[in-house]
Design a protein around this ligand. Structure first.
Ligand code: TAP
Length: 475
């Protein structure tokens, strides 16, 4: 049992001022695996005060000191590798291979990339007639969701530290333990007192408290659009800046000359990895009408490569994070059938033999029209839609006919067509074929997928204010 009943404020683990607690459930076993304290407004105020007190010195640390700190964090993170993998598998239900190759790896890369990006980062620029300086934004409030317990919080903290911004963080109640390990890492490597504060608690108390706190200068949030809107409203009361990383309904465009099996494998992998609980997952697969039959066959062929089952075993798809998420996914599968889409594979209910745990069947709908609810709303589960198109122009139009714009994917051979589709998709990140991940590349969305960019130097910019000085001495 992991019982973490303290918050981390001003460089110390401290008792909560309230006595409310919340059990954390392993979604694969439905059993309680630990408990956290639900913080109060008083806990939050103390954390914000600690961050404010740390601001004058933390914001003035040198670039070299921050690089060293980020490198030390990355090294200590590596030392805790096995524990991080085990923790994420338990709290999120993600299979061990995904916990290692996706979750653990992303956290590590954000800290080491921030150190790397900082090396070439300029905080002062002589632009001839004027000088531009980049100052820490002040105190940052970070609110993160449950689907990537190390990725989102790590990219935010790494960028904030790189910019010299002290932090107050609130992870999701459903998966709070990875953030506690991170906090232990910061404590161990000697992150300055008050530069990092962790207050566990509910979104309605601590999350809302962060977004409306008069002493928090900048709020970075990842999660649902509905909460993103509330955060913006709260922050607008004091004209505080926000960065929002919200949902997506990303297209994967299969071109006529694509390798059908490769594209089908990619399409299934998008809803299989992390059980489809991924904001940037492709969940609308656009296939040329002429390829519909062969693509459907390829989907059925590759599906067994993604077994569903116990995350402690050799499976690719674990359970969904919670009963609530399972219910949401079920209702979307029902909705798709009511709307007239055809179930190619999967459907409602649990996969055979998996009665315990929040397991859902990987589900692929075909004969989907882009106007259907299942093609427009973020399902956040192992469900995808096959939509046919006849011309490249139509594929682009369908790709963009959605309120989101987080990501897009294109599969094919002809470079002119790949470039045309990639540059026409209205989204913050487009991936062509199997292009490699790059942690220096900015991440964020167009339209209702959010505001701002994370990762690498663009991520650091979010935590900085720009100051112009006219007549600055030539030192
Ligand atoms: P959200 O409610 O948006 O939760 C995300 C974070 O915001 C959590 O830490 C949550 O705290 C906190 N929060 C909740 N209410 C808040 C408020 N009023 N003010 C400030 N913070 C608040 O997401 P969810 O309910 O867990 O999931 C719902 C749907 O959102 C999913 O089905 C999915 O479609 C989408 N979602 C998207 C993403 C990404 S990466 N874009 C991630 C997760 C979910 P607590 O949960 O601890 O109360």
């Amino acid at each position: 049992m992991r019982n973490y009943l303290k918050h981390y404020i001003n460089g110390e683990w401290v008792e909560s001022t309230g006595n409310e607690t919340e059990d954390v459930i392993n979604p694969a076993t439905e059993e309680v695996i630990g408990t956290i304290s639900l913080g109060t407004k008083e806990d939050l105020d103390k954390a914000v005060q600690a961050a404010r007190d740390a601001f004058p010195s933390f914001s003035q640390t040198s670039k070299e000191e921050r690089i060293k700190m980020l490198e030390n964090i990355a090294a200590e993170y590596e030392n805790r590798k096995e524990e991080i993998i085990e923790t994420i598998t338990e709290e999120l239900g993600s299979p061990k291979s995904i916990s290692e190759n996706v979750h653990y790896m992303m956290g590590y890369n954000h800290f080491s990339q921030a150190a790397e990006s900082l090396r070439d980062f300029s905080f002062i620029e002589d632009r001839g007639g004027h000088t531009v300086m980049k100052d820490s934004v002040g105190v940052s409030g970070l609110i993160t969701p449950w689907n990537f317990p190390t990725n989102q919080i790590s990219t935010k903290i790494a960028s904030a530290f790189a910019a010299g911004s002290p932090v107050v963080a609130k992870p999701a109640e459903l998966t709070p333990f990875a953030a506690i390990i991170l906090t232990e890492i910061f404590d161990k490597v000697g992150v300055p007192k008050g530069a990092f504060n962790l207050v566990n608690g509910s979104g309605s108390v601590i999350g809302d408290g962060i977004s409306s706190h008069p002493d928090i200068d900048f709020v970075s949030f990842t999660g649902s659009g509905a909460v993103g809107q509330k955060i913006m409203q709260n922050a607008s009361e004091r004209i505080a800046n926000v960065a929002l990383e919200l949902g997506g309904k990303s297209p994967l465009v299969v071109l006529e000359d694509a390798d059908v099996e490769k594209a089908a494998r990619a399409a299934v992998s998008h809803i299989a990895t992390n059980s489809g609980q991924v904001c940037s997952a492709a969940t609308r697969v656009l296939v040329p009408s002429s390829m519909k039959d062969s693509f459907e066959e390829a989907v059925k062929k590759v599906l067994p490569e993604f077994p569903v089952g116990d995350p402690q075993g050799d499976n690719h798809i674990g359970p969904l994070v919670s009963k609530k998420q399972w219910d949401t996914v079920q209702s979307y599968i029902e909705k798709g059938q009511e709307e007239g889409a055809t179930l190619l594979v999967g459907g409602t209910g649990k996969p055979e033999g998996l009665d315990k745990g929040y397991y859902a069947k990987p589900t692929v709908f075909t004969d989907v029209n882009n106007d259907m609810v299942i093609a427009q709303e973020e399902i956040f589960g192992p469900v995808t839609c096959l939509i046919t198109y006849d011309t490249i122009e139509e594929a682009i139009e369908i790709s963009n006919d959605v309120k989101y714009g987080l990501a897009g994917y294109v599969f094919g051979e002809d470079e002119q067509t790949l470039a045309k589709v990639a540059s026409s998709i209205r989204a913050g990140r487009v991936k062509i074929n199997d292009a490699e991940a790059d942690f220096a590349a900015p991440f964020g969305g167009y339209k209702q997928s959010g505001i701002g960019r994370e990762w690498g130097d663009y991520g650091i910019e979010e935590y900085l204010e720009v100051k112009t000085v006219l007549g600055y001495p030539k030192l």
